[in-house]
Design a binder for this molecule. Structure first.
Ligand SMILES: [Zn+2]
Length: 171
């Protein structure tokens, strides 16, 4: 279950995803909050503007949080990471390394690069995953908004599928 506070942060993640789409990149946004629900950092996908394949929203939020995340890991503080989409394998790895204890996302990504649930189900790093409270797809209305953003992304010239078509047309 999520609270109105959670919903507010999911809306913030969605706003970041919208900004990413305006930057012509994959619409994913993330927000990292501490135990008292203060915003520590936000992040959004910047793969295309930065030409950096590792510039994912969740990694950016963790990076933007700086040493606060390291401190939380040492002191076992319960941070929550909100994302508009299920974290990919790389971001899931980042979440495990940061020892983030609660993860909430708007839309599962089993057709795309969603990694969190696959890695958790595979029972690898089981002990680490068991420490994380996971809340997937808690809000239908906000989930639909993320789906809309991703539908728009499909038509974007920077979508990798569309970029490949241009490469093929050049041959
Ligand atoms: Zn990722």
């Amino acid at each position: 279950m999520i609270t109105d506070v959670d919903k507010g942060f999911l809306n913030m993640a969605l706003d970041e995803a919208k900004l990413a789409l305006q930057d012509n990149t994959y619409p994913v946004g993330a927000v990292l909050v501490d135990e008292e629900f203060n915003v520590i950092a936000t992040g959004r996908n910047r793969v295309h503007p930065n030409k950096d394949v590792s510039a994912h929203a969740e990694i950016e939020a963790i990076r933007n949080a700086g040493e606060v995340v390291f401190d939380a890991k040492i002191h076992n503080k319960k941070f929550t990471l909100y994302s508009s989409l299920e974290p990919c394998p790389m971001c899931t790895g980042g979440i495990l390394f940061a020892k983030i204890q609660r993860v909430v996302w708007l839309l599962n990504d089993d057709k795309g690069f969603g990694g969190f649930l696959k890695m958790k189900d595979a029972a690898i790093f089981e002990e680490k995953f068991n420490r994380i409270e996971v809340i997937a797809e808690p809000d239908e209305e906000l989930k639909m908004k993320q789906i809309e953003l991703m539908d728009q992304w499909e038509k974007n010239a920077n979508h990798v599928g569309n970029l490949r078509k241009v490469v093929l047309a050049d041959i």
